[in-house]
Design a binder for this molecule. Structure first.
Ligand code: NAD
Length: 488
C-alpha cells in the first residue's frame, strides 16, 4: 500500500506548560487509515525527554498536591465544558487518525467526557473514613493522599477515551501526570492538552511525551514515577506490568481480549444479529470489547444465514462518509497480519463462509477489509484463541449453554462476554458462571461507564485495581491512618 506523503507538521511534546521539540530528530508518520495520507509526523522521543517531563511533573506536584480539592475539581468542570464545546472537532480528529466512523468517534468523545464528569466529583470521591471510639478516648481517621507522578501509556484504538480514563482522575486526586500516547494516534492527545491547559491546569501538571518503546521504558524505570496506568495489547501489558512492578511501582495494565457472544435458541435472531454486527464490525473490530467469537447454541443455521446476509449489506468506507459502519483497520501492516489469520483459519479446517478479502480487493485506497466470518470454528483453533483485532468473526457451535460457558472458561482472555436470550434461568446461570469481568445481557458492547470499574479478568488485565470508578480512586490515592488519644 503506497503512503501518500506531503510536507507535514512534526508534533511537539508538552513539558512544563511549553510545547517543545523532542531531543531526538527521529520521527514516525501519522497516517490516515482510510487514505494512507500522512497527516503529521510524531517524534520518537528519548529517555532525556522523559526525564525532563518527570522533573517538571515532580516539581509541579509540590504545589498541586496542596491545591484544595474543590479548586482542582473546578478545572475539570471547565475542561468538561471545553470538551463539550469541541465535541464535533474532537470526533473528526479521531476519524482522521484512527479511521473509525464519525458516529463511533462522537460516542467515544462522549465516553471521555463522562470520565471527566466522574473525576470532577473528587471532593466526594477523596473523602476518607472515621471511627469515633476504637478504644477508650481513642479515634481513628483515614485520609487519602495523591501518590506523586503517574505515567500513562495508551493504545491507538481509543485515542480520546483511554487517556481520559487516566489523567483527569489522577490529576483530580492531586497527582501530576506524564502521558505517552499511541504513536499511531498522537494528534488527539495534543488537542486534549491544549484544552486542559485552557481550562486552567498549571504548568507541569499534565505533560505529554510522544514516542515508542524508549519512552515507555523510560517511564517504567524512572524512580520518580510512582504508578503506571497502561492500556494495550497482551504481550506489552504483561511486559509493562512486570517491569514496572519490579521497579516497585503500582501498576494497572489493561490488555487484549477475545469476547464471546452466546446466542441461545430462544434469542430474537434479528436483534441478536443487529447487536453482533455492530459489536464485531464497528470500529473495524478494533475494540477491546468487540465480539470476536459467537457461540451458537443448538441448531443455529437460521442465525448464521441472517448474520451472513446482513454482513453482505454492510456499508464500507471512510469514517467521514454517511451511514458507514465498516471502516479501515489502523495500518496496512496490521491488515497483513489479519490476512495471515484468515489463511490459518482455512488451514486449520474452519469454514470461511464470508471472505472479506473480496471488498479489500475492490477498494483502491485505505486499509479496508470486508466483513469476514468463519463457521464451525473449534476452541483449539488459532483463530478461536488469539485476538485478531479486525472485522473477523469466528462462529463456534455448541449443544448447550454449559458447553458455551466452557468455551469462555477455556479462553485465556476474560474482558467481556454477552448472552442473547429471554430465558431468566439462562441469564442467571450466565451471570454466575461466565468467566469474564464485563458481561452483557442482550447488549453487544457491555463496556462499563466511568463510575464503574473497567473490569477485565484473566489475561485481559494485569494488576489489582482497574481503571475508573472507586477502583480508579483507590489506584490514584494512598491512605493514611491517624489514631488519636484525647485524654492525654
Ligand atoms: P500496543 O500494545 O501495540 O500499544 C499500546 C502502547 O504500548 C502504545 O503506546 C505503544 O507505543 C506501546 N508499545 C507497543 N509495543 C511496545 C513495546 N514492545 N515496548 C514498550 N511499549 C510498547 O496496542 P495497540 O495496538 O495500540 O492497541 C490495541 C490493543 O489494546 C488491543 O490488544 C486491545 O485489546 C487493547 N486494548 C485493551 C483495552 C482494555 O480495556 N483491556 C482497551 C483498549 C485497547
Amino acid at each position: 500500500m503506497t503512503v501518500i506523503k506531503r510536507q507535514t507538521n512534526v508534533l511537539k511534546n508538552y513539558i512544563n506548560g511549553q510545547w517543545v521539540n523532542a531531543n531526538s530528530g527521529e520521527t514516525l508518520d501519522v497516517i490516515n487509515p482510510a487514505t494512507n495520507e500522512v497527516l503529521a509526523s510524531v517524534p520518537v522521543s528519548s529517555t532525556t525527554d522523559v526525564d525532563q517531563a518527570v522533573k517538571a511533573a515532580t516539581e509541579a506536584f509540590q504545589t498541586w498536591k496542596n491545591t484544595p480539592v474543590p479548586k482542582r475539581a473546578r478545572i475539570l468542570f471547565k475542561f468538561h465544558t471545553l470538551l463539550s464545546d469541541h465535541h464535533d472537532e474532537l470526533a473528526k480528529l479521531i476519524v482522521l487518525e484512527n479511521g473509525k466512523a464519525f458516529k463511533e468517534a462522537h460516542g467515544e468523545v462522549q465516553r471521555g467526557i463522562e470520565c471527566v464528569e466522574f473525576a470532577a466529583g473528587a471532593p466526594t470521591l477523596m473523602m476518607g473514613e472515621t471511627l469515633s471510639g476504637i478504644a477508650e478516648e481513642i479515634d481513628s481517621e483515614m485520609f487519602r493522599y495523591p501518590l506523586g507522578v503517574i505515567g500513562g501509556i495508551t493504545p491507538f484504538n481509543f485515542p480520546m477515551m483511554v487517556p481520559l480514563w487516566m489523567f483527569p482522575l489522577a490529576i483530580a486526586c492531586g497527582n501530576t501526570f506524564v502521558l505517552k500516547p499511541s504513536e499511531r494516534t498522537p494528534m488527539l492527545a495534543n488537542k486534549l492538552v491544549e484544552l486542559f491547559t485552557q481550562a486552567g491546569a498549571p504548568a507541569g501538571v499534565l505533560n505529554v511525551v510522544h514516542g515508542a518503546h524508549d519512552v515507555v521504558n523510560g517511564l517504567l524505570d524512572h524512580e520518580d514515577i510512582k504508578a503506571i496506568s497502561f492500556v494495550g495489547s497482551q504481550p506489552v501489558a504483561k511486559y509493562v506490568y512486570e517491569r514496572a512492578a519490579a521497579n516497585g511501582k503500582r501498576v494497572q495494565a489493561l490488555s487484549g481480549a477475545k469476547n464471546h457472544h452466546i446466542v441461545m435458541p430462544d434469542a430474537d435472531i434479528s436483534k441478536a444479529v443487529t447487536h453482533i454486527i455492530a459489536s464485531a464490525y464497528g470500529s473495524a473490530g478494533q475494540r477491546c470489547m468487540a465480539c470476536s467469537a459467537v457461540v451458537v447454541i443448538g441448531d443455529g443455521d437460521q442465525f448464521v444465514e441472517e448474520l451472513k446476509s446482513r454482513a453482505d449489506e454492510l456499508v464500507i468506507g471512510s469514517g467521514l462518509e454517511d451511514d458507514v459502519l465498516l471502516t479501515p483497520v489502523i495500518r496496512d501492516s496490521h491488515r497483513t497480519k489479519v490476512l495471515e489469520y484468515i489463511i490459518k483459519g482455512q488451514e486449520e479446517g474452519a469454514a470461511l463462509i464470508r471472505d472479506g478479502r473480496k471488498e479489500m480487493d475492490e477498494m483502491t485506497t485505505g486499509n479496508f477489509l470486508g466483513p469476514t466470518i468463519f463457521d464451525y470454528v473449534t476452541p483449539d483453533m488459532t483463530i478461536a484463541k488469539e485476538e485478531i483485532f479486525a472485522p473477523v468473526v469466528s462462529l463456534l457451535r455448541a449443544d448447550s449453554l454449559d458447553e458455551g460457558l466452557d468455551y469462555i472458561r477455556k479462553s485465556r482472555y476474560g474482558n467481556g462476554a454477552t448472552i442473547y436470550t429471554k430465558d431468566a434461568k439462562a441469564i442467571r446461570k450466565f451471570r454466575e458462571e461466565a468467566d469474564a469481568g464485563m458481561l452483557g445481557v442482550n447488549v453487544g458492547v457491555p463496556a462499563t461507564m466511568a463510575f464503574f470499574p473497567f473490569s477485565g479478568w484473566k489475561d485481559s488485565f494485569y494488576g489489582d485495581l482497574h481503571v475508573n470508578g472507586k477502583d480508579g480512586v483507590n489506584f490514584f490515592t494512598r491512605k493514611k491512618m491517624i489514631t488519636s488519644r484525647y485524654d492525654f
